[in-house]
Design a protein around this ligand. Structure first.
Ligand SMILES: [Zn+2]
Ligand SMILES: [Zn+2]
Length: 359
């Protein structure tokens, strides 16, 4: 190896942010407080602290229910109640929230997706309900049975319109995003859209793009939800439902994560830089070099996002809660998705050594 492959590059090119080295844990005091607007009035109310849930009519019989961490919804129709999801963190409080506003029975339950943290209390609705979900959701729940998540009794592939008691809900599946089978639920009369685990209004979202599986599909879903004419978005998390403005802010934040991740890959995938990083820890420590490379890119992308002035002139940490803790995980996940899911700019040519890394 030439001498210039021995020089360390990691320290100078990857300034640690808040003292982190990707998975380091800084002191809590180093983080800014969440924006005050992140905590709605209900959250600090005596009623919420006592009961552990909050229910609010968004429009014309469409209700939003939250545990302060997880969101679900229900619609009161002339014939009964259509419930959407059943997070265990709400559990029987979901029934309490329904009983707060109507005595009508729950006739239908819609599963947004198969994840147990959003539908793991579905058995609370009893056995006399129609359960609607995507056919992949049914397949997954048959494959991995859970008595608390009864298998859907009615499934669809691309689209299904539920009409009942004067209410219309348009369900559609646009392909895998957060997970296979995650659907869009649209209430056109109320202009309420329910799409779970794509963005979390007001916050940077839970780490690794909300633990999503298909990151390209997850980004695509952000754009797809903006194609709806909605006034309210039930998003699954966290303190509040979304409005077009708060949804746009989240989408802009993740566009900046993508921008930073792409810039990191461009910078750290040049053959000379990559070889330096891989070899620097020692020729017999390939995986240490590999981790250095990934951490270098993650730190670079994280710094890009945390230092960038967003469209209104504020830092992201001033606009969204959780930015200084969650961004590094998103950066890692997004740059990995670029490497795995997006087009490669090159490949190795005959006789070329070293190869053009974009590994
Ligand atoms: Zn999920
Ligand atoms: Zn979730």
């Amino acid at each position: 190896m030439c001498d210039n492959h021995q020089k360390p590059i990691v320290a100078s090119d990857t300034p640690a942010f808040f003292g982190i080295d990707h998975y380091g844990f800084p002191e809590a005091g180093e983080h800014p407080a969440d924006p005050p607007s992140y905590y709605p009035p209900y959250f600090l109310s005596e009623r919420f602290q006592r009961l552990g849930y909050h229910v609010e009519e968004l429009r014309d019989g469409f209700y939003w229910v939250t545990s302060g961490g997880y969101d679900a919804a229900f619609v009161v129709t002339a014939d009964g109640v259509i419930a959407i999801d059943a997070p265990p963190t709400l559990g029987e409080n979901m029934l309490e929230a329904i009983r707060d506003v109507t005595d009508k029975p729950v006739t239908h339950v819609i599963y947004s997706h198969w994840h147990s943290d959003h539908i793991g209390a579905a058995e609370v609705y009893g056995s006399d309900v129609e359960i609607i979900g995507h056919e992949i959701t049914k397949e997954l729940l048959e494959r991995f049975p859970d008595p608390k998540r009864p298998v859907p009794t009615l499934t669809f592939d691309k689209a299904y319109t539920l009409v009942g008691g004067g209410v219309t809900l348009e369900l559609s599946y646009k392909g895998e995003n957060h997970c296979p089978g995650n659907i869009f639920i649209w209430a056109p009369a109320q202009k309420v859209l329910t799409v779970i685990d794509i963005i979390s209004p007001g916050s940077a979202t839970f780490m690794h793009c909300d633990a999503s599986q298909n990151i390209s599909g997850w980004y695509e879903a952000q754009a797809q939800l903006m194609e709806y004419d909605f006034d309210f978005l039930v998003a699954g998390h966290h303190m509040s439902y979304g409005t077009p403005d708060t949804v746009k802010a989240s989408i802009e934040y993740f566009a900046d994560v993508l921008e930073g991740a792409q810039a990191a890959i461009d910078r750290f995938s040049r053959s000379d830089v990559l070889i330096d990083i891989l070899i620097e820890p020692g020729l017999d420590k390939f995986w240490v070099g590999t981790e250095n490379w990934i951490n270098s890119m993650t730190n670079f992308a994280t710094k890009h996002v945390l230092e960038k002035r967003s469209s209104n002139g504020q830092l992201w940490s001033e606009r969204l809660a959780g930015v200084t803790t969650q961004t590094k995980y998103h950066a890692y996940t997004v740059l990995e998705s670029i490497r795995l899911e997006r087009n490669r700019p090159n490949y190795r040519l005959k006789g070329e050594n070293p190869p053009p890394f974009y590994a």
